[in-house]
Every structure is written in C-alpha cells, then in structure tokens.
Ligand binder design. Structure first.
Ligand code: DPN
Ligand code: ZN
Ligand code: CA
Length: 431
C-alpha cells in the first residue's frame, strides 16, 4: 500500500523519509541449490569414447589390459586441458600394474576436501559401459562442468577414478591405505558412482545406515537431487566407497541396479520391466553403449552435480535482504531520502552489495542517486545527465566492504532540473 503525499513547493529541500510505517526487512536464508544442468549428450560422448577404447583394445578396459591404461590417459588429457591437477597412482595387483587417476580442482579449503569417484576398470568379459563407464563418464562431465563454470567452492574438490575395482576394490583401497593420516582426515566426504545408466533402471541411493556419521547428510542431499522417487540400498562392501567408510569418512552414492531383478512395485514407480534384471548385461560382453538408459544416466549425472554444488558449499548462499517499499515523492529541484535500517548482519557489508532501485520519473536525466552508508559515506549510483528516458528500475552493485553493515542506510535522490518529477517506489539491499 503506497501513501501519496502533497508535493511541497518547488525548490524546497525535502527530507521525506518514508517513516509512516516501518521499513520491512526480510531475511532470506535461502541457499542457492542451483547446480548447472549436466549435458547428457556430453556424458554419452564420453561413453562412446570408452566404447571405442575397448573396441580398439580387445573388447575390454580391464585391469592389466591395454584398454584400461588407454581409458586413464583419455580422461587425464581432458582433465589436464580443463585445468585440473592430475596424478596417476600406480599399484600392483595379480601381477599387473594398476592405476588410479586423481584430479584436484585448484582452490577451496585444503583442509576440507570433498571427494567424488567411481571405478574406471571393466571386467575382462566386455567393455564395461554401464559398469562403470557410466559413473566414470558422469563424473568426468561434472568435473569438466566445474571447470567451465570456474567454480570456487568452499571445500577443495577432488575426483578419483579407481583401478582394479572388479578384482576386489583394489585401487580405492590402495589409495585410502596409502594416504597419510592427516590427509585422510581432511576428506570430509566421499561420493561413489558405480553403474548409473542401467538399461532397466532403479533409482537407488546408498543408505547411511551403518556408515560413518555424516553420511546421512550425503544420503539426504542425493535423495533430494532426484525428481523421481528413490529407494535406499545397502551397497555394503560392493563398491569403492567401502575403503573410505572404513576410515571413518562419511560416504554416499547412487546406483541404478545390477543383476537383481526389478519387482512389480518398482516397475510401477520407475517404469521398465518387472521380473527382469536392472542390468541384464552386468559383467557380460553386451555391456556396450546399447546397454544404457539415457534418462537414468541423465538424472544421475545431474544428481552428481547437485550433490557437489551443495556439499562443497558452491552456491554462495545469499545474505539477508532488506527493503523499504514505501513511496517517496520526488518534487522538482529537491533532495529526498528513504532509509533502510539494517541489523543482525555481522561485520562489514559485502564487496558486491546489490542495491535495487525502483524510481518512477518523467525525465531520469534530472536525477542524482546516492547510497549513503550508516557512517555517512556516500556511494554515487547515478549522476544527472541528458538521458531523457523515464524511470530508474535497476540494480546497482556497490563495493561496500569498507562499511559496517549494521545501521541505517539511506537512498538519497536529488532532482537537479525543473519540469519533471517522480517518486521512489521502493528500494532494497541484498547483502
Ligand atoms: N561394484 C559393482 C561392480 O563393479 O560389479 C556392482 C555394484 C555396484 C553392486 C553398486 C552394488 C552396488
Ligand atoms: Zn562396478
Ligand atoms: Ca525535475
């Protein structure tokens, strides 16, 4: 509800503070969950690459076979080009050299690491496109998206692609067991993605039950990342999160099902075929690019990004927002102000204080607009000029990092020329 006032005589200095009703301040502790969409086409392209690597190397990407190291080198090149710090960790298993690929995204708190991973090796029977080209490709595309977005999260982000999972979680166990205790304690969470594109998919999230404390948050973030209903599953020791869990690191992950058959109830809620395995080609030669459900792959790839963006503190949660919605008339050749009292914000204002201004005017070139900090420091938002357009409806960004946040901020509007008038409809401060 706006209150109109009589316009005082022209030339009068008007300090028409809109104090008839107290300014409304609305704190908005809403966190930005906005993770970017992960391109399904790009994930599928990574799967095609892995299929080609298998085809060119005897039909598989298994530990100790050339298709495995070719897979590592392929991913490493993409990650290096995107700005990751990569390393290849070697180990020996069953008389053959195995490799873990580790990729660190520069930045973030080195003492607080969020790690995401999955195994890159296949069984010898086939190319391992769902198991686990799918998790590997989803993770790769999320990593490349982090780079494209120049993400600067609170936590340090690290990805791992494990070798020799199919021989008994060899690579991931080697990695965890060879981390110095202090490095292990820096890892605040590990998310595992092993089989995320099953052709007759289920939507499973690793249950936090029986896992280290802190796992429940990961479980809940992953559950919330899906628009389809999910079921909790106890993956137990069947994938690479197990070594992390044994070290007390919170773990979680997603899974679209392997050799187990889909029930009628599951087919009801997820579609697909009941009485048939989630993945009929599990550990078989037919685990090719034809063995992927694109929707499941898409949803799970997006879920990886949503979990990362949330758990890494990536979306900068906006600070509180304050506004004064009261109308203040702007007579000719006058100065008017509208206050916003700010309280409950600790420390200084941000370097990008967003000042939303909504002014109706018949000739905005008349207006000089300042934001005045509680201590009287004025920030010029707009000067007068010959701009004959009307109204000023915009958001200015002010570096107010030198100003204490709490106190009364003022929008000061000066009309410097005759013949055109207007009013402040309202304004806001987003900390
Ligand atoms: N660990 C998987 C494999 O590589 O065979 C299968 C699996 C994944 C089973 C996740 C249960 C849960
Ligand atoms: Zn697997
Ligand atoms: Ca005027």
């Amino acid at each position: 509800m706006s209150l109109k006032r009589t316009i005082p005589p022209a030339g009068a200095l008007v300090l028409a503070a809109a104090l008839l009703s107290p300014p409304v301040s609305t704190a908005a502790p809403v966190h930005s969950l906005a993770a970017p969409d992960i391109s399904l086409a790009n994930v599928q392209a990574h799967l095609n690459d892995l299929q080609s690597i298998a085809t060119a190397n005897g039909g598989n990407r298994a530990h100790g076979r050339p298709g495995y190291l070719a897979s590592v080198n392929h991913l490493k090149a993409k990650l290096d080009a995107a700005g990751y710090q990569t390393s290849v960790q070697q180990f020996t298993s069953s008389g053959a050299t195995g490799y873990n690929l580790i990729a660190d995204w520069p930045g973030g708190d080195p003492n607080s690491v969020l790690m995401l991973g999955g195994h890159l090796d296949s069984v010898t029977a086939g190319p391992g496109i769902n198991d686990n080209g799918s998790g590997s490709a989803g993770l790769l595309e999320v990593a490349l998206t982090v780079a494209r977005e120049r993400l600067a999260p609170q936590k340090h982000i690290r990805f791992g692609w494990w070798g020799a999972e199919e021989l008994g979680l060899i690579g991931s166990t080697y990695y965890v067991n060879n981390l110095p205790t202090t490095e292990r304690s820096k890892i605040k969470g590990y998310l595992n993605f092993d089989m995320i594109g099953s052709p007759n998919p289920g939507y499973f999230v690793y249950s936090a039950s029986g896992q280290p404390s802190g796992s429940l948050q990961i479980q809940q973030v992953l559950q919330a990342a899906f628009t389809v209903p999910t079921e909790l599953t106890s993956v137990g020791g069947r994938s690479d999160h197990a070594a992390f869990a044994r070290s007390g690191i919170p773990v979680g992950g997603t899974f679209t099902g392997a050799e187990v058959t889909k029930t009628a109830a599951q087919a009801q809620k997820w579609g697909g075929t009941s009485g048939v395995a989630f993945d009929r080609c599990y550990h078989r030669s037919c685990d090719t690019t034809g063995n992927i459900d694109a929707t499941a792959l898409d949803r799970n790839s997006d879920a990886i990004a949503i979990a990362l963006w949330n758990l890494a503190g990536a979306g900068t949660p906006p600070g509180p927002r304050f506004e004064n919605p009261e109308d203040v008339t702007i007579p000719d050749l006058s100065t008017v102000q509208s206050p916003i009292p700010v309280s409950g914000v600790s420390g200084n204002a941000p370097a990008a204080l967003a000042v939303g201004v909504d002014i109706t005017h018949t000739y905005r070139g008349d207006l000089v607009i300042d934001l005045v900090a509680p201590d009287g420091t004025a920030f010029r938002l707009k000067d007068s000029d010959n701009d004959s357009g009307d109204d000023v409806v915009t958001t200015y960004t002010v570096d107010a990092s030198g100003e204490v946040a709490n106190g009364t901020w003022v929008l000061r509007v000066r009309d410097v020329a005759s013949a055109d008038v207007g009013r402040i409809n309202g304004w806001s401060l987003q900390f």
